[in-house]
Design a protein around this ligand. Structure first.
Ligand code: NAD
Ligand code: ZN
Ligand code: ZN
Length: 336
């Protein structure tokens, strides 16, 4: 099987021919049909974050495909079934986080395409318990971006506690943001979408955003304040200043939900304003298997639209460059 491999941080990925991996106990082997390119894969390939993967590794945590072999003891999945393999590749199931519905915080978790090989490959292994079934009728190319971009933003909006009479700012209308706009509309909120390209703002408008803010031309904080301030802001742009800008656009009692992970990112939070305004600053990491199941059910019901361009895995390096230049409409999906 062919796989795109990070051999060293910051170097182009290399397409390698590898033997098909053999599923161990509790695992399945999947013939990958579609695999999304999340900005996280770029951070992984660059070694951007304090906890780094160990090269060589295969990135990708939006892999969707067909189960083709069951490891020992796997009884709840069947050969021929379509599943998605998200970032949360495995969690212990026993710790306080796992037991309280926060498996995404499990300290022992394994992450697909980071700690274990991921979906930039024709075949991949997954822990059967964490491979989420994809409902019939969902195109695998739609399911791929939902597996990270979808579940992450769906969860972030749950964490924000978005309600119908609220103003929600979506900062960055890329792979994650184009779905965040839709989930915020489904929740009934008024949506302010912020980006730095005409194409992304036009996409946000088409997907239902009520207020468009071009951060090149206007200060998002000022525009949001003119509308009374945002009840919550979901920070999805890979840019520290974008976090500060939406923090400044919150109303009293507002919540900044940090989701994007710019390398070495820090922001300065003024203590006085945060205290007097009762502001919350909250980190949000992907979503649970239950969240992903809900994301798939919303999509199967026709309530979300996934925007993507398909490419072959051979284009992996130019595809990464296009995402970094902001030249991708929303997501790139590799078709295997
Ligand atoms: P992306 O590149 O597709 O989208 C980023 C968007 O931000 C683009 O549309 C870009 O034009 C826009 N942007 C750039 N500068 C901006 C600015 N100053 N103001 C407003 N918008 C700006 O990336 P993505 O795949 O959507 O991922 C976004 C980030 O989220 C990455 O850092 C990724 O690692 C992170 N992420 C986090 C989680 C999590 O669980 N917390 C999950 C997935 C991805
Ligand atoms: Zn755990
Ligand atoms: Zn991701």
């Amino acid at each position: 099987m062919r796989a795109a491999v990070v051999q060293a941080f910051g170097r182009p990925l290399v397409i390698e021919e590898r033997p098909d991996p053999e599923p161990g106990p509790g695992q399945v082997r999947i013939r990958v049909e579609a695999s999304g390119l999340c900005h996280t894969d770029i951070h992984a390939a660059h070694g951007d974050w304090p906890i780094k993967p160990t090269p060589p590794f295969v990135p990708g945590h939006e892999g969707v495909g067909i189960v083709e072999e069951l490891g020992a003891g796997v009884t709840h999945l069947a050969i021929g079934q379509r599943v998605a393999v998200p970032w949360l590749g495995w969690a212990c199931g026993r710790c306080e986080h796992c037991l309280s519905g926060w498996e995404t915080l499990c300290e022992q978790q394994r992450n697909t395409g980071y700690g274990v090989d991921g979906g930039y490959a024709e075949k991949m292994l997954a822990s059967a318990d964490f491979a989420t079934p994809v409902p019939d009728g969902i195109d695998p190319r739609d399911a791929a971006p939902l597996t990270c971009a979808g579940v992450t933003t769906y969860k972030a909006l749950k964490v924000a506690g978005v309600a119908p009479a609220q103003l929600v700012a979506i900062s960055g209308v890329g792979g994650l943001g184009h779905l965040a706009v839709q989930y915020a509309k489904i929740a009934g909120a008024t949506v302010a979408a912020i980006d730095v390209t005409d194409e992304k703002l036009e996409l946000a408008r088409k997907l239902g955003a009520d207020i468009l803010i071009d951060a090149r031309k206007e200060d998002p904080a000022e525009v949001l304040k003119r509308h009374g301030g945002a009840h919550s802001a979901i920070a999805l742009a890979v840019n520290e200043q974008a976090f500060t800008a939406v923090y400044g656009g919150l109303r009293r009692g507002g919540k900044l939900i940090m989701v994007a992970l710019p390398a070495g990112g820090t922001i300065q939070v003024p203590i006085f304003d945060t205290v007097l305004n009762g502001t919350s600053v909250i980190g949000s990491i992907v979503g649970t298997r239950q969240d992903l199941d809900e994301v798939f059910r919303l999509h199967a019901a026709g309530r979300t639209k996934v925007i993507y361009r398909t490419r072959s895995l051979d284009t992996v390096n130019e595809s990464i460059a296009d995402v970094l230049r902001g030249e991708v409409e929303a997501r790139i999906v590799f078709e295997m």
